[in-house]
Design a protein. Structure first.
Length: 142
């Protein structure tokens, strides 16, 4: 899987790498694998939908969606106006797993454990509230 030199040059510019840093980056075979998958990743949207909510101080409700591009960047115009940092940070392991599955040519929607919750343990365990989210990978949303 040969990556075009223009792609390497664009990446170098985007990341601000020196020539030496780019050479080190190119020497790692996994980076070529990830770059080869970039077009597929760019065509995806990762959606985390709230599937349960009780006592959420940020007012996240069932049906709310945290929408990310294929790289895991939140698309704020498609997300709730307010986003709880504790909820968003809980998504990191699932987004990472979705990426790994995509890199391995496995449908990330086949992930068995695709739900997570915010770090609040809920009223029943001494917290305030809790939300549960489920991720899916879909076609690109703008």
């Amino acid at each position: 899987m040969k990556i075009d030199e223009n792609v390497w040059a664009a990446l170098q510019h985007r990341l601000g790498y020196s020539d030496e840093e780019l050479a080190r980056f190119k020497a790692d075979p996994k980076n070529e694998i990830v770059l080869a998958k970039a077009p597929e990743l760019i065509s995806k949207t990762i959606v985390a939908e709230v599937v349960a909510s009780h006592g959420c101080n940020s007012q996240h409700k069932v049906g709310d969606k945290f929408v990310m591009d294929g790289s895991g960047n939140l698309i704020s115009k498609l997300c709730p106006k307010r986003m709880c940092l504790y909820a968003v940070s809980a998504l990191q392991p699932l987004v990472f797993a979705a990426h790994e599955l995509l890199y391995a040519d496995v449908d990330p929607n086949k992930m068995i454990f695709k739900r997570c919750s915010c770090v609040d343990v809920g009223l029943q365990c001494g917290g305030w509230g809790e939300i549960v989210m489920e991720i899916s990978v879909q076609g690109r949303a703008d």
